[in-house]
Structure formats: structure tokens, C-alpha cells
Write a protein that binds this ligand. Structure first.
Ligand SMILES: Cc1ncc(COP(=O)(O)O)c(C=O)c1O
Length: 418
């Protein structure tokens, strides 16, 4: 079979013709995607909950397939835990399905406030506030805090929501080399005199496509030297690293030094929504100035109830430890097979392939072997660094992990990756 070549830019950049011209060209490209029975841009959907083994409707063959899930962010498997479901069902029965308003009008429910207290305690902060998604939390936090006279300093691999939020502030933003304290220091050194009104250093806690952990102690030390604030995005750290899944600060046993922690309820917590945690003063300010919160309907009470139950479950069960055992097993064994997996220390394992044509063929083969994985291409990752973003779950059995490793071994040899 001929590979499917993922081209992003040519279909999204303007061709100086019309707004719709790029859509015509993209539609032609999508036909090739469909003819080759790929699932990158149009998906074969889940018919079941997102579990370690999920039922997928194969839209190309119209079959229902039972596939082992290595592509979800439901790392702890909490989205289907009975206690978490029941909390949501009970709240729907009591309060209905929607919150009925934006947080500053009628949308603030008592369950939302309980959830915010729980998140603040988890993150070791005075207070927190929730948003409709992690994306909205990052956009709202960055636009709420930063003005055009500030400088935003990003790790080169920070999540797009942080970059999109930065673009909306009108402030200049610069990027330092990935997880490099040296490069961060150079950037702050070069800029601090030009930005006397303040700089902020922002980094993912666990990087979303590489699974490595930010060098937080060094980042804090350098930021403080130049009087810059520190914000971390704990989207993939929450529920994965730190004591009972508390995240990046806890991973390094830090209590101080991080000014703002954002994150999501949509990944290891298994629900949906985002949050930011900080001092009471900062949170009270953001309740008014984070526009993605102020101008957007509050989370439904049922989601808040499920998220509270999920955090309780996470803190009282063995899921975080099980997850660590599972991702350590997979990353060590992928390396033994000869795959490059970067510097992951989390449930996200980059299985590096590089060549885009090869990864598209391998993706088909994984699917045919009933293993659900996500292939990631430029611009989500740098050019020529396409990879499978393997996500391990606490609920994977040893048999499921071994079967995945066995298929990865066969395909790696077939495509001469290992
Ligand atoms: C690092 C990071 N931050 C934020 C988000 C956004 O979170 P959500 O999916 O809840 O909008 C994501 C999700 O992909 C992410 O990977």
C-alpha cells in the first residue's frame, strides 16, 4: 500500500486566492486520506467508554472492533470508575444537566466551589478556579495576567493553548530551548532590562508530546534571580507524577517558587474542564479578568461532582502507583526493543519514527492489529520528529502491555525502525 503523506501547511496557509480556496484543496487531500483508509483527520469513533479495551466502530469496514487503548489521556482509567459515574448521575438527578449561567451570574454552584477547594489543596495553593476546559484555563490565565508591557518566556515545547493565550495578550513572547535552564537564563538575562514591568516564565510540567518533566527547581531559581513569575501547566502531570498524583511541584517536593499552576480535569481526572490554582488574591483577580471564564458558562454540577469523586479516588486507591509501574514497564521494554523514547518519565511515551510515510503505514498496521495508537506529525511536533504518542493506563493488564510490545516489535522490524 502506498503511504499517506501528512501535509499540513499547504492546506492551511492562504494561497492568495480566496478564503474557501484552501478548503477546496484540503477536500481533495482528504479524499486521498479516505481512499487509504486512514484515521488521522476523520476518526473511527468509540462505541464504548474509553477503557483499556474499547469498542471502536471501524468506519471503513463497518465492523465493530475491540481494540486495546494506547491513545487516551484517561491515564488512571477514572472516567468509568463506579464511584465517579455515580457522583455524576446523582448530581444530574438533583441538579439537572447544565449550570445555567456564567460563573459571575448564576453559574457558580456549591459543587464548583467544593471542587475548587479540592484542587487548591491538591496543588498546595490557597485557592483555585475552574474553567470549561484546560485550553480555556490557559487562555484565560495568560490573557488575564499579562499586559503588552510584559514579556512572556515559553519553553519551546509548551502546549498551543499557552501560545494562543500569549498571542491574545498583545505582549511579546519568546521561547527558550526545550527544558534548558541555560537557555532560559540567557533569555532572561538579555531581556530583563527591557521589561521592567515584569516577565513570566511558563512551562508545561509534563510535556504533552514527549512525556518528560520540566526541570522545575532550576527554572524557579533562574526566574527568581530575574524577578520573573513562574507558571506551570500541570495538564499531564496531575494524576501521573508527584505524591498520589499531585503533580510537578510535589514530584520535586517543592512547596514554594511556583506562582501559578494550571491544569485540566479532562485527562487523568477522567472528566472535563480546566483549572488554575494560585494565591487567593490572584484567583480573585482572575475571576474577573480571565475572559474565557467570565464570558463562558460554568461547568455543570455533575462534572464538578464527578471530578471531586475522581480526585478522592485517585488519592485513596493504588491507581497512581499502578500507572507508574505500567509506564515504566512499557518505556523500558520499548527501549530494549531498540525504539527511541526520548526522556519520558510519565504515562506519555514518544515512540519515535521520524519519516512520515513510514508512520502512516505503521499506523494502519497497528489499527489492523486492534491496537489504538495516535500518530503525531508536524506541526504538533517539530519536522521529521513524527512519532506514536503512546499513552499508558493504570488499568492495562500485563497481557495487554505485552501484546502491544509484541506488535511494536514486529512492526518496528517490518519497517526497519529497530
Ligand atoms: C499541556 C496541555 N495543556 C492544556 C491542554 C488542554 O486541556 P483540555 O483538553 O482540558 O482543553 C492540553 C490538552 O491537550 C495539554 O496537553
Amino acid at each position: 500500500m502506498k503511504p499517506f503523506i501528512v501535509e499540513y501547511k499547504s492546506y492551511y496557509q492562504s494561497a492568495d486566492c480566496s478564503i474557501l480556496d484552501k478548503i477546496e484543496r484540503y477536500s481533495g487531500y482528504l479524499e486521498d486520506h479516505e481512499e487509504k483508509k486512514m484515521n488521522f483527520f476523520l476518526k473511527s469513533p468509540l462505541l464504548s467508554g474509553c477503557e483499556n479495551s474499547s469498542t471502536i466502530y471501524d468506519r471503513h469496514s463497518s465492523d465493530n472492533r475491540q481494540m486495546t487503548m494506547f491513545g487516551s489521556n484517561n491515564y488512571l482509567g477514572l472516567s468509568t470508575v463506579p464511584e465517579v459515574r455515580e457522583a455524576g448521575i446523582e448530581a444530574i438527578e438533583k441538579y439537572g444537566v447544565g449550570s445555567g449561567g456564567v460563573p459571575l451570574f448564576s453559574g457558580t454552584h456549591i459543587l464548583q466551589q467544593k471542587l475548587e477547594q479540592k484542587i487548591a489543596a491538591l496543588k498546595g495553593c490557597e485557592d483555585s478556579m475552574v474553567f470549561s476546559s484546560g485550553y480555556a484555563a490557559n487562555i484565560g490565565t495568560v490573557t488575564g495576567l499579562i499586559r503588552p508591557n510584559n514579556l512572556i518566556v515559553h519553553d519551546r515545547l509548551n502546549h498551543s493553548s499557552l501560545l494562543d493565550g500569549s498571542a491574545l495578550t498583545g505582549a511579546k513572547f519568546v521561547r527558550y530551548l526545550h527544558n534548558s535552564p541555560l537557555s532560559l537564563e540567557k533569555t532572561l538575562e538579555e531581556n530583563h532590562e527591557t521589561y521592567p514591568d515584569g516577565m513570566i516564565v511558563i512551562t508545561d510540567g509534563v510535556f504533552s508530546m514527549d512525556g518528560d518533566v520540566a526541570s522545575l527547581p532550576e527554572i524557579i531559581e533562574i526566574a527568581k534571580k530575574y524577578n520573573a513569575l513562574v507558571m506551570i501547566d500541570d495538564a499531564h502531570a496531575t494524576g501521573v507524577i508527584g505524591h498520589k498524583g499531585a503533580g510537578t511541584k510535589s514530584h520535586y517536593s517543592l512547596t514554594d517558587g511556583v506562582d501559578i499552576v494550571s491544569g485540566t480535569l479532562s485527562k487523568a481526572i477522567g472528566a472535563v474542564g480546566g483549572f488554575v490554582a494560585s494565591t487567593k488574591k490572584i484567583i480573585n483577580y482572575l475571576r474577573l479578568y480571565a475572559r474565557s471564564n467570565m464570558y463562558s458558562t460554568a461547568l455543570p454540577p455533575s462534572v464538578c461532582a464527578s471530578a471531586i469523586a475522581a480526585i478522592d479516588y485517585m488519592q485513596t486507591s493504588e491507581r497512581v502507583e499502578q500507572l507508574k509501574q505500567n509506564y515504566t514497564y512499557v518505556s523500558e521494554n520499548l527501549s530494549k526493543l531498540g525504539y527511541s523514547t526520548g526522556k519520558t518519565e510519565s504515562a506519555i511515551i514518544p515512540m519515535m519514527i521520524g519519516d512520515e510515510a513510514t508512520i502512516s503505514l505503521m499506523a494502519r498496521d497497528f489499527f489492523e492489529n486492534d491496537i489504538f495508537v495516535n500518530a503525531v506529525f508536524h506541526p504538533a511536533v517539530p519536522p521529521k520528529q513524527s512519532r506514536f504518542r503512546i499513552s499508558v493506563m493504570a488499568t492495562h493488564t500485563k497481557e495487554q502491555l505485552d501484546r502491544f510490545l509484541n506488535v511494536a516489535d514486529k512492526l518496528g522490524k517490518k519497517y526497519k525502525i529497530i
